[in-house]
Design a binder for this molecule. Structure first.
Ligand SMILES: Cc1ncc(COP(=O)(O)O)c(C=O)c1O
Length: 362
């Protein structure tokens, strides 16, 4: 029996993507690899119809956190200051990155899962006139909340057209991202979530004007410096050895996304699956932690019923062929999370609900 991964990445691969991992071994300095890298860079821009003149996709070896760290260290100049909005683990991770790299920052903290308080954000922007960037997570996977980037971007626009640094690690490829409308300087993402490829490759989509401004600024990092990557990749190279086989998988997964109709179709598909889960759990008297319109289609969180521990639910579901995900931090004992990325069908979700029903009402 195949185990279905309902954790927020890595995802269950399609056979097509899995087979791509077995393509011939390649040297990362040969033309074949450069062609592969160029194809990925072009296709990543095509996911959101971005022009190569204004936008650059920069692809490298690492997990989603490496893309967050590359974005934060490479897009904020030495004299800059970033307002970091926290309402979950990944917003707090952006702050940790700023602390480690000594990046001047202000934090707008919210409890995990809370809606971003726009009055508070506006207050920070009014008080700290020196803020040069705002960093925020798009889909905060801690809780499944899809943050209201429209509203944040509007405030940034009102207070001096401040550019956004967006963690779209768990939304790129399945949620709307308004690169131009939100005045995005850069957006961090990864291959192994909504794009359905394997862990190992991550990327940043950056505005070329923003990158040009950074080329005169000293680097904060060697390995994750996006200016170096961009210079090399635009010149048909790579500064470091890339994870060649995961590149094959990403290229195939991008073709597969295209063939399936692009991000909007993927969003629809995820919602079909998630609605089966939300409605099915509601029938079992488990209401999702957030309203549907507050959530991403990618992952939702649910309260554990009285008397059932996460470990019991997880282990029994694993025996039935499903891997679910625990709540993070203080939510570990009270919540579980279900993601619906990857190769699966609606009937898999129906079977999941049946199995959960057997555990909740034996
Ligand atoms: C929103 C968000 N940002 C960053 C990350 C970190 O990604 P990784 O675990 O691949 O480093 C995750 C992982 O789930 C995430 O959901």
């Amino acid at each position: 029996m195949t185990t279905l991964l309902l954790n927020p990445g890595p995802v269950v691969l399609s056979e097509r993507v899995r087979k791509a991992l077995l393509k011939p071994d390649l040297c990362h300095r040969e033309q074949e690899f450069i062609d592969l890298q160029n194809k990925i860079r072009t296709e990543l821009l095509n996911v959101y119809n971005l022009s190569v003149k204004d936008w650059a996709s920069i692809v490298f070896t690492g997990s989603g956190t490496s893309a967050m760290e590359a974005m934060m260290t490479s897009l904020i100049p030495a004299h800059g200051k970033v307002l970091i909005i926290e309402n979950g683990v990944y917003g707090e991770r952006l702050t940790k990155i700023a602390q480690i790299h000594d990046i001047a920052h202000v934090v707008a903290h919210h409890e995990w899962g809370d809606e971003i308080d726009l009055v508070k954000i506006e207050g920070e922007l009014q008080y700290h006139k020196e803020i040069s960037h705002v960093a925020v997570v798009h889909h905060e996977t801690t809780t499944g909340r899809l943050n209201d980037i429209d509203a944040i971007a509007e405030l940034c626009n009102k207070h001096g057209n401040i550019p956004l640094l967006l963690d779209a690690v768990s939304s790129f490829g399945a949620e709307e991202i308004k690169f131009e409308g939100w005045n995005i300087a850069a957006c961090a993402a990864t291959a192994n979530k909504c794009l359905h490829a394997v862990p190992g490759t991550s990327f940043v989509i950056a505005n070329r004007t923003a990158m040009k401004q950074m080329s005169a600024t000293p680097s904060r990092t060697l390995y994750l410096d996006l200016v170096t990557y961009l210079k090399n990749q635009d010149a048909n190279g790579t500064p470091f050895t890339q994870s060649v086989h995961t590149f094959y998988a990403l290229a195939e997964a991008l073709d597969e996304l295209n063939d399936a109709g692009g991000w909007k179709k993927r969003q629809q598909l995820y919602w079909q699956r998630m609605d089966i889960v939300r409605d099915g759990l509601q029938q079992l008297n488990i209401n999702a932690c957030l309203e549907r319109e507050q959530c991403s289609c990618v992952l939702n969180s649910f309260p554990l019923p009285e008397g059932i521990s996460y470990e019991t639910l997880h282990d029994k579901l694993k025996t039935a062929g499903f891997v679910i995900y625990a709540g993070q931090g203080d939510f570990a004992k009270s919540r579980f999370r279900i993601s619906c990325m990857g190769e699966m069908s609606n009937s898999d979700m129906e079977r999941l609900i049946k199995e959960i029903g057997k555990i909740f009402n034996p």
